[in-house]
Design a protein around this ligand. Sequence first.
Ligand SMILES: [Zn+2]
Length: 398
Amino acid sequence: MRLSLPILLAATLAVADPAAAETYTWVDREGITHLTDDPDKVAQSSATEGRRALRGLWDDPRGSEGFVYAKPQSQAEARRQRVVRGAVEDLGRGETARASAALMSTLRDDPNNPEAHWYLAILDRQRGRYESARVHLENSVDAWGGLSDAHFQVYYDPNLAKASPDYAQRVIRYLREAREVVGDRLGAVPAEAMGVVFYGKATYVEAYRHRFSFQTVGFFDGRIHVVSAGHPAGELRALLFHEYAHAVFREQTGGDRPYWLNEGLAEISERASLNRRGLTRSERRALSRRIDAGEWLPLRRLAPSFSGLGDEDARAAYLQSMAAAAWIESRTDRAGRARMLQQIGEGATDDRAFKSVLGMSTAEIDAALQRVIREEFPTLQGGIATVPSDGPADLFEP
Ligand SMILES: [Zn+2]
């Protein structure tokens, strides 16, 4: 059976090498996260239904509407804003050449003008000049309201501050919490402050609908970019935990692999934000059934990517990844996990990194994990019930 479904939730983009494969993460209607580096797979999927909690991100009644102009600090600035507004009216009438000329002249006058960059980004996207659009957008974002501490540089859409005055304080609090939880899981946090850009829905859609052929709510390209409701709450917090874990994983290892470990750690971090630990019993049972049916996906197969998996397998891949990450977590300390990621970052194979910290290869971890899962759900084999040999599994929530 194939589930009808996935909706794209978050996309992670390779940073170090722009030509590297892009990876996409999405959550289906049952709340299951999927990860793939095959854009076709994602693009074909329906982008109309999402996890209910996250749908809230798209339904903020105070959703943002276009650019919010800063209060002009000088006559010259007021004049530039008039020029930009005139250009926007030209755009509305389809007079793009005139609008473009006016915006460019504003930039000659004031190279960092955020409004001009913003509308030139839109124009460039309409013309298919995506690289130039991206540069204009980055310039615009850098002029957004921001808040920094030692660990984060937060930029946010002015629309969001309009909707809730304590916006920046709240999201930076979420990020600090994410840093703590993810730091425990991955054993490390980035050496430098992490940039995080928050967009109101309208702004995000305008900025990125041409970048992705599907609906997303966030991605990572060296900075974390996420959509936010005007009044952020638990769903944004969970999304930040997840994305931050991917960001730290990439920072430590220089990549996204092994995928199962990357995704597993991100997902247990996200669950931790909801005070949940590990897999539920029914999820463990589902995995046990797959083992019995010979449908377990070898972790080795899941190391390079999840691409090429059907929806049901992708879902299982995600569950297995989370189980494996939880298993590793229960058998290592923070320093051990840090060492593991560091070794991968230094170019060691995943097996070598696992061996040095756990004394086991990927295949041995895989076998041990299957054993733990199977032992929790005894089945009749040859008329003899198999029973757990070493008590209940301790790595999963009840
Ligand atoms: Zn993910």
